[in-house]
Design a protein. Structure first.
Length: 202
């Protein structure tokens, strides 16, 4: 894993802990990849909520002095098309099953996930999907969201990351998210990894 990616996944994971950890992670990410780091902070509202994302971006502005980017106007039709393509890439052969399950939970959540999550946010060109998925996995590893972590660890592989890179991501954030979370994330990853390796051998 290169230094840029390591800085970004650590930044993502830092939003699950306190501000002192975020400061260190932000300073390193600002040094190596400021545009991509801002994108990591922006996408965090999908997984951490608006309050965490707002506070993180406020801290980022104070730390870096970087002005906010201008809004890029895009019609909703772009989000729909891009969202379906991005979600399909992340979920691979499980895409149709995901949509069915989400629709059964609530059709609006299904629509919002695709249009808002994958189309408007995760499909943005400012950060490549491989890195986005690694950052999402790093962030979810620091939370109590094992089901979503499982999906996005598998998503990391579906979009082209190799097993070693995902392993390196979890290693990179161990000291950020702490012992119990590390152990829980490793258990989820072991299931995803083993199933993936078996599938590649078939």
């Amino acid at each position: 894993m290169d230094d840029r990616t390591r800085a970004l996944v650590r930044l993502a994971a830092s939003l699950t802990v306190d501000e002192s950890v975020q400061v260190e992670a932000m300073d390193r990410a600002a040094e190596l990849a400021p545009e991509q780091a801002e994108e990591v902070l922006l996408q965090s509202y999908l997984f951490m909520g608006f309050p965490v994302a707002l506070n993180a971006l406020h801290l980022w502005r104070r730390r870096t002095g970087r002005p906010a980017a201008r809004v890029r106007a895009e019609p909703p039709a772009v989000w729909i098309e891009r969202g379906e393509a991005t979600c399909r890439a992340v979920y691979g052969p499980h895409y149709e099953a995901l949509r069915e399950v989400m629709g059964g939970i609530h059709p609006e959540l299904d629509r919002w996930a695709v249009v808002e999550g994958y189309g408007k946010v995760l499909g943005r060109p400012e950060l490549d999907l491989r890195t986005r998925e690694l950052c999402i996995a790093a962030q979810l590893a620091g939370t109590d969201a094992s089901r979503q972590l499982h999906s996005h660890l598998r998503g990391c592989l579906n979009v082209g990351n190799d097993v070693e890179t995902v392993e390196a991501t979890l290693t990179a954030v161990e000291d950020v998210i702490g012992g119990e979370r590390v152990e829980a994330a490793r258990r989820v990853w072991a299931k995803v990894r083993d199933r993936w390796i078996r599938k590649q051998g078939d």
